[in-house]
Design a protein around this ligand. Structure first.
Ligand code: SAH
Length: 206
């Protein structure tokens, strides 16, 4: 089923071998709790997860992962841990992932899940708008919830030469924005099309 999903993503334009290999490896069915959806885990669809959130569609995960242009050992900040699936894909690609989630139950559940599956990511319960100052700077930043605007702290914590991939927009849909920080600190933005995410909310929930 995973192999079929990889073929489907290739057909939709995903090219990077490391991304396809990671999607072909990470057991997505173990990131979905609801048994009604578990059997459909290798469909290219988003599904509900606890706290009213969603596990992103595999195509979206692959698309964002590809835009990052990762190399092994890079330090990546993810905002919106959710199920941990995107985090696992980046970890499988050899990234050192630092991921923030605002819902404590999700943070706790996903921390246990990733550890049980052997993914070595650092998870935090907190507000992604603030980034993670104590681990900054990052080679890459990925946001997996819809941000009303580009959070300033996340760009401040991005290395010169780094890339950030952030869905920006309020309401139903967002534009995927790729931001490159030049060596002189200048920011260059490129629109990568329309996507649909749960909203990035301010402050952490309990
Ligand atoms: N990457 C996840 C996607 C989960 S949906 C996956 O692969 O499953 C997005 C997540 O972002 C939700 O869990 C939501 O609670 C979280 N989120 C929203 N606003 C946030 C914020 N300000 N800080 C941290 N996490 C946030």
């Amino acid at each position: 089923m995973r192999r079929k999903l990889v073929e489907e993503l290739k057909g939709k334009g995903i090219r990077e071998e490391a991304v396809l290999t990671a999607i072909g490896t990470v057991p997505r069915h173990l990131f979905i709790d609801d048994s009604a959806f578990q059997s459909r885990a290798y469909e290219d669809t988003a599904f509900p997860i606890p706290c009213g959130q969603t596990i992103s569609q595999p195509y979206t995960v692959a698309f964002q992962s590809e835009l990052l242009q990762l190399t092994r050992g890079m330090k990546v900040l993810e905002v919106g841990t959710g199920s941990g699936y995107q985090c696992a894909v980046l970890s499988a690609m050899g990234a050192r992932v630092f991921s923030i989630e605002r819902h404590r139950p999700l943070y706790l559940q996903t921390k246990a899940r990733l550890a049980a599956l052997g993914y070595r990511a650092s998870l935090y319960h907190g507000d992604g708008y603030l980034g993670l100052e104590r681990e900054a700077p990052f080679d890459r930043v990925i946001v997996t919830c819809g941000a009303p605007m580009v959070p300033a702290a996340l760009l401040a914590q991005l290395k010169a030469g780094g890339r950030a991939v952030i869905p920006v927009g309020e309401g139903e849909v967002q534009r995927m924005v790729l931001i490159q920080k030049e060596m002189d600190g200048r920011l260059v933005q490129a629109d990568q099309g329309v996507f649909r995410f749960v909203p990035m909310l301010a402050d952490k929930a309990s």
